[in-house]
Design a protein around this ligand. Sequence first.
Ligand code: AMP
Length: 220
Amino acid sequence: MRIVLMGPPGAGKGTQAKRLVEKFGFVHLSSGDIFRAEKASGSALGATLAEYMSAGKLIPDEVVVEMMAKAITAADAKGTGLMLDGFPRTVPQGEALDKQLAAAGKPLDGVVVITCDDAPIISRITGRRSCPKCGRVYHVQYLKPKDDGVCDDCAGIELVQRSDDNEEVVRDRLKAYYAQTEPVIEYYRKSGQVKVVEVDGNGTPDSVTEVLAEAVGNLT
Ligand code: AMP
């Protein structure tokens, strides 16, 4: 199964993606994680990506499409299904993805959108922490680790806050989402080629997982 997980920043895509991977065995490809890894590698490309990311702006389509095409080809070769998270984020990215998947004869099975209101998004994002080793996501209030500031799964690894998880940048990321990414949902709806399902992400992580897993299970 090949699905795209969409939704505004802070809707819970990262947290839910990890749980869906456990349940369905997909390969999880997060464009943000891929770009952060490039940044961490210290390459010239990584430094360019970091300028956009730290400002909450979208990275240009040509760069994103090229990097994601390679990652998708490698991930798809594993044959366990694919969950794209954070990509596509513009209509041209959606068109490029469709072309790539059509050429490989492996179209999308569904687009799942997690919706969420702006107020909880701001509080979720500014309190978000994650494990730099395994990527597990926590929240200082709503999803605490067992030991303060340390990952439950990786002994002794201290949780970190993403540099773009502050209120000012979040507001810019939300603007980019409404202006450039929401039209992608409409693009898929109009195509009539793929199922588009919306799941309300305003609830607790567990309640959202339950509804989401059912929605994903119904896609095939
Ligand atoms: P995320 O982890 O998905 O919130 O992404 C973090 C940042 O990476 C975004 O604010 C963008 O600067 C950049 N980014 C991630 N995915 C994309 C994409 N598909 N297109 C453009 N920029 C992206």
